[in-house]
Ligand binder design. Sequence first.
Ligand code: NAP
Length: 262
Amino acid sequence: MKIFCVIGNPIEHSVSPLMHNAAYKAFGINANYTKILLEDSGKLRETLLKFEGANVTVPHKESAFSACDEILGIAKNIEAVNTIVKKNDKLIGFNTDAAGFFEAIKEFGKIENALILGAGGAAKAIAFILRQNGIEPAILNRSAERLEFFKQKGFKSFSWEYFAPEKYDIVINTTSAGLKDNALPAPEKILNQTLKNARFGFDAVYNKKTPFLKLCDEFGLKCKDGLDMLLYQAVFAFNIFFDNAYDETKIAQIMRKSLLNI
Ligand SMILES: NC(=O)c1ccc[n+]([C@@H]2O[C@H](COP(=O)([O-])OP(=O)(O)OC[C@H]3O[C@@H](n4cnc5c(N)ncnc54)[C@H](OP(=O)(O)O)[C@@H]3O)[C@@H](O)[C@H]2O)c1
């Protein structure tokens, strides 16, 4: 039996086992997907080597990038990895959060410009997949420190006090504001300025109407939370684990069904 896992801290809340195990069952694959709580990221590589493949979540995505023997695709730009597969005792790293996000916003249609709120791991993945698809996003973050990465990569980056807003088709919240509290991801004045000219709102937080999404509603924007991003990062990870042997639409259907009661 092949054993896969998701590694993070905390990890109890993760719905990845639900999605992957549902797909194993539906396709008749002899495999199991489990959760691993890891506190010390120094132990990440030895932990990863125990599994056929793994997903990695907060706070280990950057450490996973360093723990791999080889990095493929957009993860090289993002410098963070959420999917690892073991091949001949070598760890190969990928980032499927990026493609997961892009799949999730496909239903919005053509987007020409974007504003990303936040400058952490999710923001990096979203910034590079937008760039790869011809959309050059601006980044707005509470503090200046984390913007350094984006500045070095040539993205327009602002902290709140120096923000010079333009017109954005989509405003994307990648901060954890609103996840466990009622906070907005940026001062209301800034949000009002940008949302009044936008068409779409997206929040990486899933299964919750965050204060950000409520505000987007007030401006009449078409909105999505992060559930589809979560779903499609799992679909793409699954196909990496199994060498693209399964149909993506079918995997997505099975995994979506597994999330109905979370
Ligand atoms: N749906 C999905 O598939 C998916 C995938 C990945 C992540 N996510 C979600 O995305 C969120 C961010 O994840 P991450 O890995 O990017 O986290 P992270 O690396 O820790 O970054 C968090 C970011 O949020 C900002 N922030 C935190 N609290 C804030 C507040 N009260 N007001 C304004 N800004 C605040 C931080 O700003 P400072 O730099 O100023 O501290 C930082 O830029 C989480 O809620 C996570 O669950 C969802």
